[in-house]
Design a protein around this ligand. Structure first.
Ligand code: GUN
Ligand code: ZN
Length: 443
């Protein structure tokens, strides 16, 4: 249950719009000494402390985080909770990595108890890193989905997840069929979508592991429940793209496979998209589908460099969020992910500034998932998920933060030097869900 009233004071930062598309003054809000007021899990006011202090009920003092930056909870638009235990597996590229690490680990999720334990670790990690919403793959087994949603329900987190659909080109123990995949997904969707803060995502793994019949069935289900999300991978790795061409020779390319079967539209989130062509990006934008940019994963697996400047071309902007892509990604931290996104963009000659990076990790992610009316910002009326960042979390951060000229530089320093240590506290629906300084070690 969300507390009736939560009040926090600190340096507030949030977004009203996309800074890739509009001028900074209308997209980005900063209150040097701000007050955030939440009632029953919803933000009711955000602004200057001096202007809002009269709205505090008699005798109520806000929780004060002096010098800390308070922003919307981070949104991780692509991850795999079932790969939590195989992060940092040495040496392979995508297909080899799937065969040798991922598909082995995911078989363990037929065991509901193992799934429950991992779901708990996963949610702890999200909150320790300031992430309040994630869009995550589960394993093929329905019990792996139940385990996650039971955990997120207990914590009242806004989470989107789904059973992975795979009916070919993977070990037998991980395969469903077009029929059972549809039936199990429908059953899970009816059980969890809209229950509390949970949302269901229809989740075909990627084109190579689904037959045309399965892709058709996934689209039929989405058609029946258009409020659900659709979550898959696209154009991550050169070998994968050639494989898709050989499996679907009648299609114009990788994206066209999903398009043909009716799997593009608002609330479709396609992970990676590193090698999408200009025509494919145009089509994605036209359809309202979003891309999850996963820089740590793309670097770790050697997949390639995503061009954020092309994706956010103002003539035809794509919806883009950031994804950690655990376990091919190497961190749960969206701060560390911003750092890698900056470097990847820099290699393309495009210095991604801190305002844009924080936008991608908050409102941009919410827009990618079609949730910007509920999360991703501190605007009143939105759900009270937020993170408190400590610019003095480490000696290096502290000495660097002492020299910044303005909020943009402070955000840049937090993105480049910050990680879970910089997350002082995380609030979920107005309730303190992680407190770095009181959390037991290892939680
Ligand atoms: N493509 C298909 N499955 C996966 C996966 O589990 N991780 C990544 N990074 N790419 C994929
Ligand atoms: Zn992935």
């Amino acid at each position: 249950m969300a507390p009736a009233l939560t009040a926090v004071r600190g340096r507030l930062v949030w977004f009203r719009d996309d800074p890739f598309l509009t001028d900074r003054a209308s997209a980005f809000v900063h209150e040097e000494d701000g007050l955030l007021l939440c009632e029953n899990g919803v933000i009711v006011a955000a602004g200057g402390y001096a202007a809002l202090r009269d709205r505090l009920p008699e005798g109520t003092a806000p929780v004060h985080y002096p010098d800390h930056v308070i922003t919307a909870g981070f949104v991780d638009t692509h991850t795999h909770y079932v790969q939590t235990a195989i992060v940092a597996a040495f040496g392979s590229q995508l297909i080899d990595w799937l065969n040798h690490h991922t598909y082995v680990e995911e078989q363990r999720f037929s065991d509901a108890e193992y799934a429950r334990r991992t779901a708990s670790v996963f949610c702890d990690e999200l909150l320790r890193n300031g992430t309040t919403t994630a869009l995550t793959f589960c394993a093929v087994y329905p019990q792996s989905v139940d385990a996650l949603f039971e955990e997120t329900s207990r914590r009242n987190m806004r989470m989107a997840a789904g059973k992975v659909l795979m009916d070919r080109n993977a070990p037998d123990l991980l395969l469903d069929t077009a029929r059972t995949g549809y039936d199990d997904s429908r059953d899970l969707l009816e059980r969890w979508h809209g229950k509390g803060r949970n949302l269901y995502a229809i989740t075909p793994r990627f084109a190579p592991t689904s037959t045309p019949e399965q892709l058709e069935a996934a689209a039929a289900l989405w058609h029946e429940f258009p409020g659900a999300l659709m979550h898959t991978h696209v154009s991550e790795n050169a070998g994968e793209i050639s494989w898709v061409r050989s499996l679907f020779p009648e299609r114009q390319g990788y994206l066209d496979v999903y398009d043909h079967y009716g799997l593009l539209g608002p609330r479709a989130v396609l992970a990676h998209g590193v090698h999408l062509t200009r025509i494919e990006r145009d089509r994605c934008a036209e359809a309202g589908a979003a891309v999850a940019h996963c820089p740590t994963s793309n670097l770790f697996l050697g997949s390639g460099l995503f061009r954020i400047d092309d994706a956010k071309d103002p003539r035809r902007p794509l919806r883009v969020g950031l994804g950690t892509d655990i376990g091919a990604g190497t961190t749960f931290s969206l701060l560390a992910t911003m750092n890698e996104a900056y470097k990847v963009a820099k290699l393309a000659g495009y210095p991604l500034d801190s305002v844009k990076a924080f936008y991608l990790a908050t409102l941009g992610g919410a827009q990618a998932m079609g949730l910007d009316d509920r999360i991703g910002t501190l605007e009143p009326g939105h759900e009270a998920d937020f993170v408190v960042l400590d610019p003095k979390a480490t000696p290096l951060l502290a000495q660097r933060a002492a020299r910044v000229a303005d909020i943009e530089e402070l955000l840049f320093v937090l993105a480049v030097l910050g990680d879970d240590r910089a997350v002082r506290a995380t609030y979920v629906a107005g309730e303190l869900a992680h407190d770095r300084d009181t959390a037991p070690t290892g939680s």
